[in-house]
Design a binder for this molecule. Structure first.
Ligand code: DX5
Ligand code: ZN
Length: 216
């Protein structure tokens, strides 16, 4: 499959959110990546439901919502109502991950599982055939603009092997530190979805940068 690009709205200009959403609508981007941080699971707070709804109102592409929150089961319905199309929860935040995944799918959303850089791929073995997406963190979650962790390539190869062996249809999404220098190697190693915040929004021409990230 051709890889997908999901600009991370965390790096957008929140005083001009409609402008930035429309830039993504008109660009070659595939999804909106929407980061939710609770100040507990990660040491930062991003934004909540009113902002997701505001993005959804203008977005013409799917909302890929990445929850960096404790006990996400409390809010699955609310994220659905706010406009999430794909909902990813952190493996490290879900003691009953299998149940959480079923809950997301029962609400009609695609289910994703996000894993921190220290979490081994082996922890996904018993849910990989239940999910649509693995959001592999290539930085420690909590902030945009961090340095890419090189060990990610090894983890992509290992996840790709697990997906092949189990005939899972899960996509491999890479989140954190993706830039114009590493995106090609990520795709070659097996990434299907590239999240990019700082690389897109700190560039002189965000739409052109998205187009570059789409080129193989
Ligand atoms: C980090 C978030 C990422 C972040 C990526 O905790 O999950 O989605 O926005 O930003 P960049 O591409 O700037 O590393
Ligand atoms: Zn994210």
């Amino acid at each position: 499959m051709n890889h997908l690009v999901a600009p991370s709205i965390l790096s957008a200009d929140f005083a001009n959110i409609q402008r930035d959403v429309e830039m993504i609508n008109k660009s070659e981007a595939d999804w909106f990546h929407v980061d939710i941080m609770d100040g507990m699971f990660v040491p930062n707070i991003s934004f909540g439901f009113p902002v997701i709804k505001a993005i959804k109102k203008h977005a013409t592409k799917p909302l890929d919502v990445h929850l960096m929150i404790q006990d996400p089961d409390r809010y699955l319905q609310t994220f659905k109502d706010a406009g999430a199309d794909i909902l990813s929860v952190h493996l490290e935040a879900c003691p009953h991950l299998h149940r959480t995944i079923q809950g997301i799918k029962a609400l009609g959303m695609k289910a994703g599982v996000a894993i921190n850089p220290h979490t081994s791929i082996s922890h996904l073995a018993d849910v990989i055939d239940e999910i649509d997406l693995v959001c592999m963190m290539s930085v420690n979650p909590g902030f945009g603009g961090q340095k890419f962790i090189e060990n990610t390539y090894r983890k992509i190869a290992s996840l790709k092997e697990l997906i092949r062996a189990t005939k899972s249809s899960a996509l491999i999404e890479i989140d954190g530190g993706v830039d114009l220098n590493n995106y090609k190697k990520l795709i070659e190693t097996g990434a299907n979805v590239l999240v990019a915040g700082n690389t897109v929004f700190s560039s002189a021409d965000p739409s052109k940068t998205i187009a570059k990230l789409k080129k193989i």
